[in-house]
Design a protein around this ligand. Sequence first.
Ligand SMILES: [Zn+2]
Ligand SMILES: [Zn+2]
Length: 481
Amino acid sequence: MTRAADAPSPLSPKLAAQVARRIESDIIAAGWPVGVLFGSETELRLRYRVSRAVLREAVRIVEHHGVADMRRGPAGGLIVRAPDAAPSARALVIYLGHLRTTIPDVVHARLLLEPLAAAMTARSITEEGIRRLRGSHAHEAAQPGMEIQDELHALLGELSGNAAVALFVQVLTLLTRHYASAHRPGEREVHQAKADSANAHRAIVEATIAGDVALAEHRVAGHLKALGRWLGTGPEPPVGGAGVTEPDTVHVKLAEIVADRIRSDISRAGLAEGELAGSEHALIVRYGVSRAVLREAIRLLEYHSVAGMRRGPGGGLIVNRPDPSASIEAIALYLEYQGIDFDGLRIVRDAIELGCIERVVARRGEPGVAERLRDAQRLDASTQAELEARSHVFHTELAELTGNPVLALFQRILTVLSARHLRATPSTVPSTGSVPTTEVMAAEVARVHGSIADAALAGDAGLAKHRMRRHLATLSTDWWH
Ligand SMILES: [Zn+2]
Ligand SMILES: [Zn+2]
């Protein structure tokens, strides 16, 4: 690591990513002071002991995560900013489309999160919230046209007061809107569906305002199931992000807009891994941008592992296997900025992971499921860092085994966030007063994971959920229990 820091080139993308992460952690530790100068380029090079080239690459990542911007000029430097989740949320929608996420997958995830959002809103609703709910309902009712009406869903997510719930609901409504745009029913059918949906929304709003938690949850669930049935009668959703890629924020950089367009064009054209999206010259002409802007856009695509540049004759932009890691990092940072605390995180983990258990119990007889779960419960760790990294494997595998890409993705975001919180509180002293050895902790984590797997594989969903709920509840204190 230190050797690469001295070398001017070639650039190490991994080193730049590590430096970016350190800069971000330091900004978070400083209390995320928006508008403050975090350091000039020279200061930052000295502070992080990296070459100018590595620092610039790291700054690009930090900028892309929406954590800070480099201001040029004599009084310039890295300025801390308020992050924006929109570009990453769009990237996740495109990624889920690429994985051929189905309508039942999306509806399943919405059923885990939206009744929860309504319940949380019903419990804490204020007069201002009531005005906004009624206003949104009136606004939806006044819309003509065939557009799907989803304003209320995003608003319930927002009013829940939980940033992760709000963001996930937003991603899911975007994805649903994208699938609905492929659904072209007759005019009469649309009128009926719109009338049904308006009635359902009115009933949801009234139950929420009245603070009737159970009724609000019940009505949201019923409405989502009806929506799932209605969308399920349409054609298979198209691959890609058509209709959701228009940037809706003004401060998105040009390179980011171009990267978004290229990304959605690749997925709309159905280009496979290894195929050529176009030569540099062809792309400059197609998107009408300068070489510098195109190159910056391509760096973003490379960072997201969407596509990479191949030099030489026959070269150009080559499609990669998409990897959502970069968007996951950005979303986790955004949620961190929104100030999600451990309790807020636990509520969402409960919703997602208990939902995963339900699904895995149903699939336990399918080939490979039991073996993979058993493999994931094994835990060897000799250092604390290994233990932290590997104790997530069981949870990640549980989410993967549902076969629902939405749950697997959301679980990864929550894992990254939980890990950041654990790192932020290094001295988790147990209530017993003495810190056990890594071996003892690893054995305990493996035992608890094993007991969850036992119940799930025996088909006892209730007991498996009870054990998981208890496990997640202890993560903030004696986290190895
Ligand atoms: Zn609705
Ligand atoms: Zn665990």
